[in-house]
Design a protein around this ligand. Sequence first.
Ligand code: SAH
Length: 243
Amino acid sequence: MGKVFIVGAGPGDPELITVKGLRLIERADAILYDRLVPKALLSRAKPQAVLIYVGKKPGGEGPSQSEINEMLYDLALRHDVVVRLHGGDPLVFGRGFEECEYLASRGISCEFVPGVTSGLAAPAKYYIPPVARGTASSVALVTGREDPSKGKRQVDFKKLATAVDTIVIYMGASSAREIAMELMEGGLPPDTPVAVVESAFFDEERFYTTTLGGLGAVRNPAVIVVGKTVERGLRLREALCRL
Ligand code: SAH
């Protein structure tokens, strides 16, 4: 019986993976991978390795989580090293933890290999820090998605608004406007700075800054950063541009 390594592939730049993660890709007998995993990493797999795409197809169809769990289990029965490759970090809005829980319940050993999460890496590309001495000392990584069973957002943005200095929103593209409204209702001023990084590290990448009051349509996938650190990042970026 083999072992499953639940690996973070990083935010899209094939160089932003850990040494451990890359070595496992090179050793793997089978690799299951997501939509946002950089293709250049897959070319590092052994020629005989089994590569299985488990992300959503353009129409939104893809294997369910229980199907993915089952595939991982079946592969672990037949191979020594199975890699489950997630975009970013496998435990930050990935299903890595659930996969490991499932495998453990069926007697399969697994291990987490962290990755660089997009919510930190995409802003960092534009010099925006999650926290910065004197400006922000707390950060929340949150999902903008609604809870499908309740039709309500999973995060209470009104409460969050003034509870932390920086808010990094994942999966918030389709509801960016509503989230901004909720944050303003919760007490954040409309001129609070916002940065948006769409498709970070991919060809379609787009970066822009705005304010909570000015936030409009956002293209998926995107990381949205709300807070004063955005301004500090912009100042640093300008200073660097002048060099
Ligand atoms: N585990 C991943 C997040 C998976 S949830 C991580 O740690 O990064 C998917 C969400 O991540 C997207 O909706 C988007 O908000 C964000 N995301 C992932 N890759 C991204 C990229 N290259 N550019 C912008 N956002 C990205």
